[in-house]
Write a protein that binds this ligand. Structure first.
Ligand SMILES: C[S@@+](CC[C@H](N)C(=O)[O-])C[C@H]1O[C@@H](n2cnc3c(N)ncnc32)[C@H](O)[C@@H]1O
Length: 263
């Protein structure tokens, strides 16, 4: 049994075969797939990544925003520093210019994006809560990247529906980051697939959902984890079966699935 961020789940492969073919419960084989190379075995290893590779290279503005957000009561919602670094690198690798973010909170992933885009880059950022965005906004302004952001307050779905009515928005986005209401991810995907360009990327955040994706449905877990778990499971299945995209699920942060539109 392992306790992961409020979720108790079992390792699906707890028996290891001995040479005589008998299972040995004392020897726990962590992974059963050939080529399984996940190295992240402990919090200490994660801390090592943060301290060795992420924090020393974190831009001053992102550090300031991370520290400011840490004092906010809903800080559990923020994008982690390693994921922020990942997004920043990814956006530079794909030369993203026109992007969208659904779910801003205080703006950590938004700032990671804004810092990666060229001077004339654009982010359409949506959140039902302007107050939290405005907490982080002074830091974003100080970093000199606020001019790249077009913030829209309100639910994202109606905005997407409106955008779809204008042909010029079809295939207009290089990158879209979705980090809001998990029960709507499938509805977002139905719309975003037409707004992202062929070759562009949609990143769905939290696709490992606190590790709960491998928990038994009746395992003890926090209420909000339990509530959204089935939506995340359904999304993961549906993305894996969608022929319009190539996908890659990464164990960064709470899990991020990158979807590259191929037609
Ligand atoms: C996990 S937080 C986003 C974290 C953010 N990406 C960051 O880096 O800190 C989720 C956000 O989604 C917003 N949200 C919830 N439902 C929404 C909706 N229907 N449309 C737009 N935003 C929504 C919430 O207000 C919240 O700020």
């Amino acid at each position: 049994m392992a306790e992961v961020a409020g979720v108790v789940h079992t390792n699906g492969n707890q028996m290891k075969q001995n040479g005589d073919g008998k299972g040995d419960e004392n020897q726990v084989s962590r992974h059963q797939e050939v080529g399984h190379k996940s190295l992240l075995q402990s919090d200490a290893l994660y801390q090592y990544i943060l301290e060795t590779s992420v924090y020393p290279r974190e831009p001053e503005a992102m550090k300031e925003l991370r520290e400011l957000t840490a004092k906010h009561p809903w800080n559990i919602m923020t994008t982690s520093a390693d994921e922020g670094q990942f997004l920043n690198m990814l956006l530079k690798l794909i030369n993203a210019k026109n992007t969208m973010e659904i779910g801003v909170y205080t703006g950590y992933s938004l700032l990671a994006t804004a810092l990666a885009l060229p001077e004339d880059g654009k982010i359409l950022a949506m959140d039902i809560n302007r107050e939290n965005y405005e907490l982080g906004l002074p830091v974003i302004e100080k970093a000199g990247v606020a001019h790249k952001i077009d913030f829209k307050e309100g639910p994202a779905l109606p905005v997407l529906d409106q955008m779809l009515q204008d042909e010029k928005n079809h295939g207009a986005f290089d990158f879209i980051f979705v980090d809001a209401d998990k029960d709507n991810y499938i509805n977002y995907h139905k719309r975003l697939i037409d707004l992202v360009k062929v070759g562009g990327i949609i990143g769905y955040d939290n696709t490992l959902w606190n590790g709960s994706v491998v928990s038994a449905a009746d395992a003890p877990m926090r209420k909000y984890v339990k509530f959204y778990r089935d939506f995340v499971l359904e999304l993961n299945k549906s993305l894996a079966a969608d022929p319009r995209i190539e996908i890659c699920m990464l164990p960064v942060g709470d899990g991020i699935t990158l979807c590259r539109r191929i037609n």
